[in-house]
Ligand binder design. Structure first.
Ligand SMILES: [Zn+2]
Length: 96
């Protein structure tokens, strides 16, 4: 799997596109296009179960976990983030 950037950055998993009602996104996993909502909506699409946007049918479980974690919400300290990321990367590596 190839990411567009750091795994904890939501925009690594989708592509923004401009829209009159705010930035929309195209999901890299299911290629769904959502108009508006920006990065938050993309995060919700990947994390699922928010009710604001359709859940992503193709997102890998660990990305889903990551997106629904406090980490992405920016509430976790950097040190903890680094540990979590290295764990995730190990899991990614094992899958290939
Ligand atoms: Zn998706």
């Amino acid at each position: 799997m190839k990411l567009n950037g750091p795994i904890e950055v939501t925009w690594s998993h989708g592509e923004p596109f401009p829209h009159p009602h705010g930035v929309g996104f195209k999901c890299f996993y299911c290629f769904k296009k959502v108009k508006g909502g920006g990065v938050t909506r993309l995060k919700e699409h990947l994390a699922g179960a928010t009710g604001n946007v359709a859940d992503c049918p193709n997102v890998p479980a660990y990305i889903k976990d990551l997106m629904s974690s406090e980490l992405v919400k920016g509430k976790v300290k950097r040190k903890k983030v680094v540990r979590f990321i290295s764990l995730l990367k190990r899991r990614l590596w094992q899958q290939t």
